[in-house]
Design a protein around this ligand. Structure first.
Ligand code: ATP
Length: 502
């Protein structure tokens, strides 16, 4: 592969941050009409590479790039855009209340005066979308579309004015928040993009997707390229060994066994998308909660924790009714809550890792703060246990990679000794070694007597780590799965079709 050929060619791309080298001499070749997967542990440098391509970070001197034979200036957003590089980040940048036509028009010269051109714009939106997906009502607000459809609208918008041939589409973990049954819809769109001759760079933590979608795969470890391989010439075990630097270990531990003691009970709980939820959580139990987005799965934990007031129903912890809508009382009662939107709802990015881990200090100190030294002492064992990298409590939280931020926030509640852990998507964006560390930590907390509720869109994860899984459908708990009936397939089926409560 030479720099003068079609496609995108990176040579010796490096990035040094004040405290560390995030990328070192990375070469990468993306070919037109091919999907190239980029894999690597949390903190291996994937986002840094994307941010360099997007022009958000300036790379170190000596880094170079060519697109279709022309030198490409790295570190300049306008140069990247002009050259035909387009990015789909996890935050899609859509306006939920606006319809598809208006979302597609955002940023174009017709934006803001679509009413003058109503018919042509709607027709243009339909024509543009039809390149990527069939049957989307362009007059619906995007919030009413499925998660996959929203991603596809973002892709269509990104590609609407791309340079005719030879562009590059970069997708950063596009399936991280997609329910399993919508992944195929997105894949079909990626294949259509591929058929237009664009090169696709596809960042993911899900190895199965690499084998389903990609032609080529590159693995990064500690900022260094380990290897680029044809997908047909590798397998799961080989990729895991490349990613982790050691051979495959079993991902899922055996679930702990629940005890008789009920820690938390919910009765006739109703609020937002939850229309009726009643169940018991036992000591020692990891209880799974499944369901498609908007089914209630994504709201149950915040309702239990009291992030907002329930319309009706009650939650008891150790037999005592929990004060409604008072997170501080919930924490005092032993609850810990990890939201899915951790960046906005859970973290204080400007503080250090140690400050974030030791944040809730209920009952510990009257003034509610710890000395820097005790903060470090209290934080270290937890971030070691959850494999937070770098293992530096005094580092600014915002400089951790996404997966490492997730692990640090979970460490917060484990350190607090919360007896009831309410976790939304606890392993989203976390690499395979980090997932195992999280599962082990949850298992240990449960064996020590805690109860854990894991609400997750990953059916495999729920089927493997939970003793029992409750499935939401249209706001109600319609199915309970345990024993031999608890499989990933049964979870997906019960999420989509009418089931029977058991
Ligand atoms: N602004 C920054 N300042 C200092 N260090 C940073 C900064 N941004 C990233 N890093 C460090 O660079 C390394 C690579 O981070 P990066 O976000 O690229 O990882 P990643 O592979 O995308 O991880 P993840 O899968 O968790 O998203 C990490 O060690 C991270 O802590």
């Amino acid at each position: 592969m030479n720099e003068g050929g079609a496609g995108l060619h990176l040579r010796r791309v490096s990035k040094t941050f004040p405290a560390q080298r995030a990328l070192a001499d990375v070469d990468l070749d993306l070919e037109p009409g091919r999907v190239h997967a980029l894999l690597g542990q949390n903190g291996s440098g994937k986002s840094t590479l994307i941010k360099i391509l997007a022009g958000y970070h300036t790379p170190d001197p000596g880094s170079a790039a060519w697109l279709n034979g022309e030198p490409l200036t790295l570190g300049s957003p306008s140069a990247a855009h002009r050259a035909g590089l387009r990015f789909i980040h996890q935050d899609l940048g859509l306006v939920p209340g606006l319809d598809v036509v208006d979302n597609l028009a955002l940023g174009t010269r017709y934006g803001g005066r679509w009413w003058l051109r109503e018919r042509p714009e709607a027709a243009a939106a339909r024509a543009l979308l039809s390149d990527f997906i069939d049957d989307v009502d362009v007059r619906r607000p995007v919030r009413d579309l499925s998660a996959a459809q929203q991603t596809i609208v973002a892709i269509a918008r990104a590609l609407r004015d791309r340079v005719a041939d030879g562009g590059v589409l970069v997708l950063d973990e596009p399936t991280a928040t997609l329910p399993e049954h919508e992944v195929d819809v997105l894949f079909e769109t990626v294949r259509r993009v591929q058929r237009t001759g664009a090169a696709v760079l596809y960042v993911t933590h899900r190895l199965g997707e690499v084998f389903e979608l990609a032609d080529t795969v590159t693995v990064l470890r500690d900022g260094v390229k380990v290897r680029t391989t044809a997908v047909s010439a590798t397998d799961h075990a080989d990729l895991i060994a490349q990613i982790a630097g050691r051979p495959l270990e079993q991902l899922y531990p055996t679930p702990p066994e629940k005890r008789e003691q009920v820690l938390l009970s919910a009765r006739h709980l109703k609020g937002n998308t939850v229309r009726e939820a009643g169940f018991d959580l036992h000591s020692g139990e990891i209880l799974g909660v499944a369901g498609v987005d908007g089914s209630g799965r994504d709201e149950l934990n915040s309702l239990l924790f009291g992030r907002y007031a329930a319309d009706s129903g009650e939650v008891r912890v150790d037999g005592r009714v929990l004060a409604p809508a008072q997170p501080s009382s919930s924490i005092a009662a032993g609850l810990g809550y990890l939201p899915a939107d951790r960046r906005n709802l859970a973290a204080t990015p400007t503080m250090t890792v140690a400050e974030n881990v030791t944040l809730p200090k209920i009952g510990k100190r009257p003034l509610g703060w710890l000395s820097r030294r005790s903060e470090t002492r209290e934080t270290l064992p937890w971030i070691r246990r959850l494999r937070v990298v770098p293992t530096d409590p005094q580092r600014p939280f915002s400089t951790l990679s996404g997966g490492n931020q997730q692990k640090a926030l979970l460490a917060r509640w484990l350190r607090c000794g919360s007896r009831v852990l309410l976790l939304d998507e606890p392993t989203q964006g976390v690499d395979i070694a980090g997932k195992r560390a999280i599962y082990d930590a949850l298992g240990e907390a449960a064996r020590d007597g805690a109860g854990v509720i894991v609400a997750s869109s990953d059916a495999d994860e729920l089927a493997e780590i939970c003793e029992r899984v409750l499935v939401f459908r249209d706001g109600r708990l319609t199915t309970a799965l345990e024993g031999p009936a608890l499989t990933a397939g049964a979870i997906v089926t019960a999420s989509l079709h009418e089931g029977k409560a058991s």
